[in-house]
Ligand binder design. Structure first.
Ligand code: IMP
Ligand code: MG
Length: 328
């Protein structure tokens, strides 16, 4: 048994979808598992030249790998069936490939309704917070109680623990900067976005092989708190990087990379493979800056910046600098 994990290690939108899609193609997994979050997520995936935005459904379906929405997730049947329809219409075969853990919780119509006017946190208004609240208050509804979902039900104890050939890719949603405990509370999501979350979904910690941390060479955040410095360069960055929400279309606030926060996410999540995306965006912008130890550091070149970053990271971590235009 073996498990690899893909985690966002900033505030979501680090292009985890691209990494999971790539790994599902090349690493011969038996399962891809989403382990946290709901349809607040928006994973942009380019598959065979076509653009897809998935919310609930794990990226394994694109390569016919058994894909599971785990018990750490909350699921809106309404949005789930919409997504199923969209993928099927685009020719993706989901038959016998898509499952929902029977103990996952449900985002109800009331949860969605309740969030329609939410402004304090700037949520995605997908009923995520209310669904987790009701789960922990022990008045939630589980997926196994919803008749329309019955053909998708799976028990992850039976699925993962009766077969030694299990090789699972665990696909995180959001990012560690939005984690309910480690993020900037209350400007966080309502689930755990870090490594520990994986092991609440039937995966054993002993199966762990690689933890892929996904970051961007700059940072973005969507929500109610102020994140972006008041400088015109960030509007240019937003446009070059196409930093508009995949789920809500909202403009993402932008800022330079915070290297201390990156170090913290790497340490707290045992990251051993680090992907830093969107190098081509800052190259086009021609500005190479990051925050480190409360200073804003400016570099003369991309190379100098990359070398500086690598020098501040643990030795045993493999770093991949990647471009937005690298489409798998
Ligand atoms: P919620 O998860 O919809 O409750 O939103 C809580 C916070 O997390 C808000 O700041 C959202 O913008 C942010 N958020 C939730 N999901 C994502 C995501 O997939 N990408 C980026 N930000 C997200
Ligand atoms: Mg996203």
């Amino acid at each position: 048994m073996l498990a690899d994990v893909v985690l966002g290690i900033q505030h979501g939108d680090e292009a985890k979808g691209k990494v999971t899609h790539y790994l599902s193609k090349y690493k011969s997994y038996t399962h891809v598992l989403r382990f946290n979050g709901g349809c607040n997520a928006g994973h942009t995936i380019y598959h065979e030249g076509k653009k897809f935005v998935t919310h609930h459904i794990p990226a394994g379906v694109f390569y016919g790998v058994k894909s599971i929405i785990g018990p750490g997730c909350v699921i809106s049947p309404e949005h789930f069936f919409e997504e199923v329809k969209e993928l099927q219409e685009a020719g993706i075969n989901l038959h016998g490939k898509l499952f929902i853990a029977k103990n996952a919780h449900v985002i109800t119509g009331t949860h969605l309704q309740e969030e329609l006017t939410e402004q304090k946190i700037g949520t995605t208004r997908r009923g995520n917070g209310p669904a987790y609240r009701d789960k922990y208050a022990r008045k939630g509804i589980r997926a196994c109680e919803v008749p329309s979902l019955s053909s998708y039900m799976i028990d992850l104890y039976e699925e993962f623990h009766s077969d030694t050939s299990v090789k699972v890719l665990c696909e995180g949603a959001q990012g560690f900067g939005l984690d309910i405990d480690w993020g900037d509370y209350p400007y966080v999501t309502s689930s755990h976005c870090g490594l520990g979350s994986v092991f609440l979904n039937g995966v054993s910690p002993r199966w762990l092989r690689d933890v892929w941390g996904v970051a961007k060479i700059y940072e973005t955040y969507v929500g109610a708190k102020s994140f972006e410095p008041d400088e015109p360069v960030f509007q240019a960055l937003r446009d070059l990087g196409e930093e508009y929400g995949a789920t809500t279309g909202r403009p993402r606030q932008c800022n330079w990379l915070n290297l201390n926060e990156l170090q913290k996410s790497i340490a707290l999540n045992s990251i051993n493979k680090l992907v830093i995306n969107k190098m081509d965006v800052i190259r086009e912008l021609n500005q190479f800056k990051l925050y480190f130890d409360s200073n804003l550091i400016t570099f003369d070149s991309e190379k100098e910046m990359c070398n500086f970053i690598v020098a501040q990271l643990p030795n045993n971590i493999e770093v991949f600098f990647s471009e937005d235009k690298d489409r798998i």
